[in-house]
Design a protein around this ligand. Structure first.
Ligand code: GLU
Length: 422
């Protein structure tokens, strides 16, 4: 049935989430009632956000916050600003947060927020007014015990500081634990910025052991050079991996002997793009995804690996740094090609794991040094990778299905223990 879907539908993230959910629920023989509950978001809100633009015009933006599940703890998940945000996308992303937090076994449910806007076309002042008004719109839903936002696409620690301040002004006291991914000066955690990229590196190192590869022998292509892809590239290069390709939305750069990532970062900072870097050659960005390599890390956006191109991939390991980079139909093609997939809900869970550490530190008012953050992150990522792959081997399912099964089981168990309030 899936294989005949038009590409547009194949790319609907909510459908991608549903297909994976159903596959895992079936394998778990989960009963129908629990399936119904877990397949629906627990709570969602749409807010209109009037913002006075710098030129004096009044514009209205649309924002969402979806709590998919709050069974295992408060909702947790980022807020993205992008022109193509949709409620279906935010729902899918919220459900992925539920499963992600359960895979790494941190005491959170799953949530996500998004605002339809183009932050590249907005001034800092407009973004601040948008952020504060959006926060006011969702304020009943969020809080350290309720739902804790964080950065996602096009949001950052400055946006988190505005959310924290707006919330604090409403409740009447500084409440740092209401958001994570904050500046260090406002209760942010050491290691948070690098955490998603570091997590990608840790699970890739674990996967290499299965292939008998050393980092020095490992050729990596990374799609995306932002907070996730850029950090993954930097940390992997430092660990000795050969990063042979970096792909961005406006170009790609290749060097078969390995790119100097620090120099490329500098080049991008100076020129605004990775194109024209003299430590490598510019190549077609569509081709770059299909370079012969050992590890491919899609670390940008959803739906980059689809039924149309999955057959062309030439990697052995796919480490999903982004949320939802692979469509459900492409899953089957990757399985046929025997590509070892480290699914998004495991591969990119380093970010939310250090968000959890940040929340714990804020609530304790006691902060950890970077080594402690990194070693605790490593312990969780290595343990979760081991749990997912062992589960997959035991039940003879692929890693993604194993991760979903593990997660669904944990969330289902929490719900059964709580019982039904009626
Ligand atoms: N936006 C990140 C994610 O998708 C981080 C979420 C968080 O830290 O709450 O995992």
């Amino acid at each position: 049935m899936l294989a005949t879907l038009p590409l547009e539908q194949e790319k609907n993230p909510w459908l991608a989430a549903e297909v994976r959910f159903n596959r895992a629920a079936e394998k778990l023989k989960m009963d129908d009632g629990m399936r119904k509950v877990l397949s629906m978001p627990a709570r969602e809100i749409t807010v209109s956000i009037p913002v006075m633009l710098d030129d004096g015009r009044l514009e209205v933006f649309i924002g969402y916050r979806v709590q998919h599940s709050i069974a295992r703890g408060p909702g947790k998940g980022g807020i993205r600003y992008a022109p193509d945000v949709s409620l279906d996308e935010v729902r899918a992303l919220a459900s992925w947060m539920t499963w992600k937090c359960a895979v790494v076994n941190i005491p959170f449910g799953g949530a996500k927020g998004g605002v339809i806007c183009n932050p590249n076309l907005m001034s800092d002042n407009e973004l601040e007014r948008l952020t504060r008004r959006y926060t006011a719109g969702i304020i009943e839903m969020i809080g350290p015990e309720r739902d804790i936002p964080a950065p996602d696409m096009n949001t950052n620690e400055r946006v988190m500081a505005w959310i924290m301040d707006t919330y604090a002004m409403h409740v009447g006291h500084a409440t740092t634990a209401v958001v994570t991914g904050k500046p260090m000066e406002l209760g942010g955690s050491r290691g948070r910025k690098e955490a998603t990229g570091r997590g990608c590196m840790i699970v890739t190192l674990e996967a290499l052991k299965k292939f008998g590869l050393r980092p020095e022998d490992t050729r990596v292509v990374i799609q995306g050079f932002g907070n996730v892809g850029g950090m993954a590239a930097r940390l992997m290069a430092r660990a000795g991996f050969r990063i042979i390709g970096i792909v961005e939305y406006n170009g790609a750069v290749y060097n078969r002997n390995g790119l100097d990532i620090e120099a490329l970062m500098l080049h991008r900072q100076e020129t605004g793009s990775i194109v024209g870097f003299d430590g490598g050659e510019d190549i077609d960005r569509h081709e770059a995804m299909f370079l012969d390599c050992d590890v491919l890390v899609p670390a940008a956006t959803e739906n980059v690996i689809t039924s149309e191109n999955a057959a062309n991939l030439r990697c052995r390991i796919l480490c999903e740094g982004a949320n939802g980079p692979t469509t459900a139909i492409a899953d089957e093609i990757l399985a046929d090609k025997k590509i070892f997939v480290i699914p998004d809900i495991l591969a990119n869970a380093g970010g939310v794991t250090v968000s959890y550490f940040e929340w714990v530190q804020d609530r304790q008012g006691f902060f950890w040094n970077e080594d402690l953050v990194n070693s605790r992150l490593e312990e969780i990522m290595v343990g979760s990778f081991g749990a997912v792959t062992a589960y997959g081997e035991k039940h003879r399912v692929d890693n993604r299905t194993a991760a979903y099964m593990l997660a669904l089981d944990r969330v289902g168990c929490a719900m059964r223990l709580r019982g039904l309030y009626a």
